[in-house]
Design a binder for this molecule. Structure first.
Ligand code: PLP
Length: 440
């Protein structure tokens, strides 16, 4: 089970665990991206992580370029985080009361992202975007939300809506189980297309509560906003009394100390009203947040009428991990992440070029991905217009050489401060064979 015939079973302990998992869990995984559906083969069950390396249950070591889909910016088991978590655990696990660690993490976030005056902590990025949208609706008294095709904001019902084509097309549900009435509250537009946004607002502007956008999308591969796009969203939303929600769950504290905003902002037209965060700010534990303008955040219960809550929100262990992680996110760390990304993308470009494989590599800070096609990618249609089988061949060659990539052509690769020269060399030396495999 679980393997496609092209990839004969070669990870016996993972395969055995997969079979146990399949008996109790749909697809054997607790989050669909972990399955190897897009590339075939047996998903590797990991037993441990140290620095830039993961070790699977078969005892094979991999250089990790997934980093838990973003959170592990310091690598696995960073001593400062281990120490902070151990200290927190020794004090108790969860109190269901306010505690100091959550205040400290809130302070770290507010100190880094200038337009964020107040934050509310939650446990996942999905909760952050779901709550930000409820808040935007509460603030504006409007229902419609604009999102962009190819942007993922977690599995919130109304945000699973996919692109139709054309402007102001009301989306059909992209997932079974999302009522069509709910999908109809979401307008899906092509990314990087300000004319489409203008047109949607000209038609329905007084009904639109917010635009939510990935600050720099990483969920269709890495597709940074074109110069002026975010600025344009700010201008249009402000003109129509709608809010702008910048989803920095992936980019926050990753692209820079202030996330994508730190690279592209401040904007002449003004900052986004609300931001969402997750991943890095939890350091590998469940912690996420939404925040922004203090006058908008003041609508949240218990101060205002927009309800939002969580039994484990601001959990003392998770917030200790997040705070310790953010404290290690120094200018030197970001410089190192960029250096590692430069080394890998440079070698990737060279080797794919040498093997004659059409490719385009795109970057947002140290986040990057490769599209198996020629020509820049600015939206989801272009991202999908690539040779996906080439990625699967590339992926399996890298895996067999001990490099763990995201098992999908539409995901960002993530590096960490623990990726030292030895780890980078292992990645680089695996590239020629993987590029040849992609060429076949
Ligand atoms: N927003 C963005 C941009 C994301 O990349 C993700 C997850 O990948 C989410 C929201 C959802 O976060 P979570 O998986 O923690 O619910």
């Amino acid at each position: 089970m679980g393997g496609m015939t092209a990839h004969p079973f070669d990870a016996p302990a993972s395969q055995a665990l997969l079979e146990r998992a399949l008996a109790v869990t749909p697809g054997g995984v607790n989050s669909p991206v972990r399955a190897f559906r897009a590339v075939g083969g047996t998903p590797r069950f990991m037993a441990s992580g140290t620095g830039p390396y993961l070790t699977d249950v078969d005892g094979r070591e991999y250089v990790d370029l997934v980093c838990s889909w973003g959170p592990m910016i310091l690598g696995h088991g960073h001593p400062a985080v281990v120490e902070a978590v151990s200290a927190a655990v020794s004090q108790g696990f969860s109190f269901g009361t306010p505690s100091e660690n959550e205040v400290a993490l809130g302070e770290e976030i507010v100190a880094r992202v200038e337009p964020v005056g107040q934050v509310r902590l939650v446990s996942s990025g999905t909760e952050a975007t779901m709550s930000a949208i409820r808040l935007a609706r509460g603030y504006t008294g409007r229902s419609l939300i604009v999102k962009f095709a190819g942007c993922y904001h977690g599995h919130v019902d109304s945000l699973l809506a996919q692109a139709g084509s054309g402007v102001a097309t009301f989306a059909l549900p992209d997932s079974a189980g999302v009522p069509k009435e709910m999908a109809a509250e979401t307008i899906v537009l092509p990314f990087n297309d300000l004319a489409a946004v203008e047109e949607a607002f000209a038609a329905r502007g007084s009904e639109i509560a917010a635009i939510i956008t990935e600050a720099s999308p990483g969920n269709m591969g890495v597709v940074p906003p074109a110069p002026g796009f975010t600025e344009g969203l700010r201008r249009i939303t402000a003109a129509h009394g709608a809010l702008l929600i910048s989803d920095e769950v992936m980019t926050g504290f990753r692209c820079s100390a202030a996330g994508w905003y730190g690279l592209e902002g401040p904007y002449a037209a003004g900052a986004p009203d609300l931001f969402t965060f997750g991943k890095v700010m939890g350091g590998g534990f469940p912690a996420a947040a939404f925040g922004g303008r203090a006058d908008v955040m003041a609508l949240l219960a218990p101060v205002g009428p927009v309800y939002q809550a969580g039994t484990l929100s601001g959990n003392p262990v998770a917030t200790a991990a997040g705070r310790a992680t953010l404290q290690q996110c120094t200018p030197e760390l970001y410089a190192r992440l960029d250096e590692v990304a430069d080394a890998i993308t440079g070698a990737l470009d060279t080797e794919l070029g040498r093997a004659g494989v059409p490719h385009t590599i795109q970057r947002a800070g140290s986040m990057f991905s490769v599209f198996f096609r020629d020509g820049a990618v600015g939206n989801y249609d272009q991202a999908r217009d690539q040779h996906v089988p080439a990625f699967a061949a590339f992926f399996h060659s890298m895996l067999s050489q001990g490099v763990y990539l995201p098992p999908s052509a539409f995901e960002s690769w993530f590096v960490s401060g623990a990726h030292d020269d030895a780890a980078v060399d292992r990645i680089v030396s695996a590239l020629p064979a993987a590029a040849s495999a992609a060429a076949e």
